[in-house]
Design a protein around this ligand. Structure first.
Ligand code: SAM
Ligand code: SF4
Length: 503
């Protein structure tokens, strides 16, 4: 396996790679009207919103409940709420919005780390080229197929987030080929067969032509986190001579994705690097800019928080400490500010905190998570800091998570229908904003949950989960009486062993 460009000693090769990747015109055309992350406006809005009037807060909540994206000044008001009563009202509104847009379900996925080779030197990351302790690996296509088989055959995952460092070994062609390798795997289960049905990608920003190649490979959501929207902090975390050191290349990557035909994108920041209120404002401004640009906001927003990583002092001494209370408030404000978006909370956080955040409008969680490269096919050895990007806080299996959710009356969905039925981009935005997608979600959640229970659940899990499934079926009969017979007919076919039915 090649190790080229994995150390800073390879500077001339690294420079040539950077010159090939970053295309100045593919930045400038999107920033012609200036920087859409307006730092001065963020600072002023936050300053002017201190001690907000409760009546103003309630007016803003009404706008969120109507599934309208907030203005930066409105988000600033919500961020500055400190009164516990008012915060509780905000949390109630956040959950009501989640139910209106996404119904009573959590979608699960698992990350597949494909390569830990990286030319960048992000100061918080275990994959940094400066970290010589990292034992690096890049999977072959056979190894990728083995990972996919383990993920869908053992735990029953249908959705994978493929994760890559930035390196010439893992360019656009490699990414596209790896997506095809994952989709190609089919595994027999005890009652039918299964496969990974949606592959999302978390990778570095790419030029438009490269993004077209990845799009043809069958990408689901293209996820790139800005890490921090605060330029000074960004410069301190990402050395200027690296590709990632170019803030503008990163902040314009979703514009390029849309121009390349990828209409399903995910934003995120790495909380703990800069002031969290600033970051929430940055996420809102980025979402509004995408709405302005193509009338399509982010399909998801992720909220990773800095966790210990091998070779990184910064990851152990968070530059901008961010308490659990701040985290809960940030999530609540995000749900209220971009009401249609999916919110992803990963296993970086503890089980207790994740469980609490389910009540605030989270829509996606990972489980049975392993973040070492090749870790699903390797014998389980627990977490090894020098073989993974950072340390995880929640080690629950998928079945444990599903049962914990079911005990609270929440159904787990394995639905991947929206993307496969063409409900993406502008089409999904309309469906989400009007609550239509929630209805599809409810039906597809029931069908895919039945499938997972029959193929993977233990007898104990079945006992815990059947009542939730039954109550969701009853709700469909009540709320969608005309549609119910068709749903029930599909449901019975799944019970009889047919697979992958959806609306
Ligand atoms: N290399 C690509 C990039 O940087 O865009 C792919 C993503 S990286 C493998 C996935 C994400 O992990 C990063 O965008 C960052 O937000 C997050 N991450 C990096 N170091 C972390 C740490 N110490 N704790 C938590 N999350 C971290
Ligand atoms: Fe590389 Fe991404 Fe880690 Fe930065 S965050 S060092 S780009 S893998």
């Amino acid at each position: 396996m090649s190790t080229c460009l994995s150390t800073p000693a390879d500077t001339s090769a690294a420079r040539a790679f950077r010159d090939r990747i970053i295309i100045r015109d593919e930045i400038d055309r999107y920033l012609r009207d200036g920087d859409f992350i307006d730092e001065a406006r963020i600072e002023t809005a936050l300053k002017e919103a201190v001690n907000p009037d409760p009546a103003r807060v309630r007016d803003i909540l009404a706008k969120s409940l109507a599934i309208e994206t907030l203005l930066p000044e409105e988000t600033a008001v919500l961020l500055q709420v400190t009164d516990p009563e008012l915060r509780r009202e905000m949390e109630t509104a956040a959950l009501a919005i989640k139910h209106k847009v996404y119904d009573n379900r959590i979608v699960t996925f698992a990350p597949m780390y494909i390569s830990s080779y990286c030319v960048n030197r992000c100061r918080y990351c275990g994959f940094s080229a400066d970290n010589h302790r990292q034992r690096r690996r890049c999977l072959t296509m056979d190894e990728i197929r083995a990972e996919a088989a383990a993920m869908c055959g053992r735990d029953g995952h249908k959705r994978v987030m493929a994760v890559y460092g930035e390196h010439p070994m893992t360019g656009a062609e490699f990414i596209a080929e790896s997506l095809q390798a994952i989709y190609s795997v089919e595994v027999r289960t005890r009652r039918g067969k299964t496969s990974v049905r949606r592959v999302n990608v978390n990778a570095a920003p790419l030029p438009i032509d490269d993004l077209r190649i990845v799009q043809k490979g069958g990408i689901g959501t293209f996820q790139v986190f800005q890490e921090t929207y605060h330029r000074r902090t960004y410069a301190a975390m990402h050395p200027a001579d690296t590709i990632k050191g170019d803030y503008d290349w990163r902040v314009t990557c979703m514009h390029r994705a849309f121009d390349a035909g990828i209409d399903d994108v995910g934003l995120g920041v790495l909380f703990g690097l800069a002031d969290w209120k600033f970051e929430v404002m940055g996420l809102l401004m980025h979402s509004r800019e995408l709405e302005r640009f193509v009338n399509i906001g982010p399909h998801t927003i992720s909220v990773p928080r800095l966790h210990p990583a091998s070779g990184s002092d910064i990851s152990r001494h968070t530059p901008a400490p961010f308490t659990d209370e701040d985290f809960v408030h940030a999530l609540t404000v995000l749900r209220l500010s971009v009401p249609y978006t999916g919110l992803i909370l990963t296993a970086r956080e503890s089980a207790a905190l994740r469980d609490r955040c389910v009540g605030l409008g989270i829509t996606q969680m990972d489980a049975s998570t392993r973040i070492g490269v090749g870790a699903y096919s390797d014998a389980p050895v627990g977490q090894e800091i020098d073989k993974q990007q950072f340390m995880l806080g929640d080690n629950r299996t998928l079945e444990e998570l599903i049962c914990d959710l079911a005990r609270r009356g929440i159904i787990t969905s394995f639905c991947t229908a929206g993307y496969r039925c063409g409900r993406t981009g502008g089409c999904i935005m309309d469906a989400l904003k009007t609550g239509k997608e929630g209805k599809f979600c409810k039906v597809n959640a029931v069908l895919t949950f039945r499938e997972w229970l029959d193929d993977f659940a233990s007898p104990e899990a079945l006992k815990i989960c059947e009542p939730v499934l039954q109550s969701e079926l009853d709700a469909i009969r009540e709320q969608l009486p005309k549609f119910y017979p068709t749903v029930k007919e599909h449901y019975d076919r799944i019970v009889a062993g047919e697979r992958d039915l959806f609306f």
